[in-house]
Design a protein around this ligand. Sequence first.
Ligand SMILES: Cc1ncc(COP(=O)(O)O)c(C=O)c1O
Length: 424
Amino acid sequence: MQLASHFRITKSATLAINEEVSALRAAGEHVIHLGFGEAGLPPHPLLVNALQAGASLNHYPSTAGARSTRQAIASFFSRDRGLPTEPEQIVTAPGSKALIYALMQATDGAVVLTRPSWVSYGAQAALLGREVIWVDAPVNEGGFPEPDALASALEDATAAGLNPRLIVTTLPDNPSGCAPLPETVRRVAALVERYDLLHVSDEIYRELIHDPDFDVLSPADVSPDHVFVTGGLSKSLALGGWRTGFLRVPATEFGSIVRDAVVAIGSEIWSAMPAPVEPALELGVSGAPQIHERIVESRRLHGLVVNSVYDILVDLGVRCRKPVGGFYLYPDFGPHREVLGTKGILTSDDLAESLLRTYHVAALPGTAFGDHPENLCLRMATSMLYGATPEEKIAALNAADPLSSPVISTNLKQLREALTALLS
Ligand SMILES: Cc1ncc(COP(=O)(O)O)c(C=O)c1O
């Protein structure tokens, strides 16, 4: 167990690297951008129509969200996630990020996070002055802590008077693109119940599980009374900038109390999700055939490209967990430590810096995800490889063989060359 009592609050690492890449590009450099976790695809035209139709909605919506929107999201959970849900169990917000922050604020005590995990969980805990109890993920899984390590971390934390109150897990994971085995989910759920933690299950990438053989189990299936599920359309339908977050609370008295606290926090900070976005969000969760088809096509493209980058990495002797969902990889360049050391690369920050400055590949260092500096890990997002224009991106989405499309194959070739140069 390690406590991170001082987490530097700076601009989110993922947003910062995006700006750095833009500056390099403006200076005429060609950069392969694996740094930014945007879904890299244009919005579906039907969603654009719905947003346009909503443009005249200029009232302040209720903080929890319009009843019709909450009903649509409740139907989505009942139909697609197998979790019977009523509209009263749903809260919407401008992004699930805001909801995760509100859930942390609504509870007190220490926050349990997986190492590595998404940049903003640790940063949000720090904003709230909370202790973080970091617990490593199992070797070939992601987004969940290793259960034995979690058990001893909770025991130590409780003995030290830290009062762990909340755990956040991610299914599937950012940064690794991996997911927990069902057994891990069950064992973590049992500990969550024993310590009476509030469990936030961030499932924003859930529709993008591209490995057809992966057996998905949500903690909400195992422990329905403890688990608060967050999600939205930022990733599955590439609507990050529209801010379409939602939260499902358990159908219990505790669920209602936490919901009311989240709504109270929202009412003082963001007021509500923007009204014009509500019709698009309703369509996005409706299961309408064209929207469903778009999600299926996106999942396929993300899976093909992320797996071909995985193949390049493994070919070059880099250690990497095989992703099951989303568009991320978390390679470990540890096997090349000696060669990298001769280039002055001793930490993941050095590695990301050198990769960007010398080889023009942008990726985030493992430290942004709570990892130890000396672990030579990077988070690579592969969704920016589909092209620069909406036309190129749609062509990639519709291609029978996206990997042989000129844009993607050139990007993959250049990435292989850059990594080969780094490692030689
Ligand atoms: C794990 C994870 N959760 C939440 C979010 C943010 O989602 P939203 O756009 O709904 O705020 C992201 C975005 O990068 C993410 O990677």
